[in-house]
Ligand binder design. Sequence first.
Ligand code: CU
Length: 121
Amino acid sequence: MRLVSASWALVLLLITAGPALAAELTFDIKIERGRVPDAMRLIRVNEGDVVKLRWTSDQPIVLHLHGYDIEKRIAPGAVTELAFTAFATGRFPVHVHAQGAGGSGRAHEEAPLATIEVYPR
Ligand SMILES: [Cu+2]
């Protein structure tokens, strides 16, 4: 009588070297008079990264991250975090939405405040 060798199981053992570990990335972004410093206008991350955008602004402003469709109201004097997992690749503009009457305004014709680029892993 022979036992079915367990070695077959070992032969079939797959070592799944998964994709490189996703990073957790934090960006501090300062808005002054509705603008972001040039050095912070393009934010590059990789697919799967956990991205935390920590905004401050000298005036009240509503931001909209397109694609991920996240809207955040930024009040002066406090840090507002906009966090997301970068599951979708591509270029995603951050727009300023008009405040007050009408809710989400149509500010999309203007250049984006910043752009998030998510690269495939
Ligand atoms: Cu928008």
